[in-house]
Design a protein. Sequence first.
Length: 290
Amino acid sequence: MRKPLFIALALLAGPVMAQDTPDAAEARAPIAIAYPNIVYTHDQMVDVFVNPNATAAKPAPVLVYFHGGAWARGERPKAASSFGAFIRMGFSVVSVDYRLTAQATAPAAVTDALCALSWTKAHAEKYHFDASRIVAYGTSAGGHLALMAGMLPQNTDIAGAKCGPLPRVAAILDYYGPTDLVPGVAAPKPWASLVNWIGPVNDPAALAKAMSPVTYVRKDLPPIFIVHGTDDPTVPISQSTLLRDALMQAGVPVQMHTVEGGVHGKFTPEQKTAINADIKTFLISHGVIR
């Protein structure tokens, strides 16, 4: 029997210089050039943090980040410091808000995630993004959205008419995201947040399957890096091992970083440092960063 999943679960006139100063040596230079509050679809916004080393001649890889919150709450991080480690790896960042359950049920959040990737590709020249090195990244429900956005076929009708051409993502970073949603609607005691997000449909299990990343495992997927704590009480680690094993069987490059004793995020600074080191090595090995 599967373990239960989780579920308690204005564009400005000009850029803003965003600071992150982990040590005195970096205090004099901005970590990124920030362009906040940009509408990308359905009145949803992104913040853009452009790597200070990015130029038209040398565009930067770009991380497209989706926040967590059981699809029902939360908002995008609005400070470059939230992504300091990645910016120091060479990334620019697009931090994304998407429609939450109270605004629209499934698949709206997935549609928005796809549109965010499309928007990133369409604006690559303006912000000196390397459109061939777009990485989808998310935590918890955002990890689920990153997986869905990066794993769905490019001809998916979930994108809808408002999204433009979709990029092929270069990699996916999934932090403790749910990967198989079917148990959450089929269980004797369904998971409330998931049921609310799936919404009042005739066949909840069918929609849950269509919203499950494991449904889309196939050989031609981009490399996927998974992070999960062994003691996560919200999204069981079995959700990530299920995906990892399916990806391995399909021949997809995948690495899973297990945080011993880790819960649902809230990792220690030492644990975060170890995760970031593994991610950097993984992305270098797959040519995403150089």
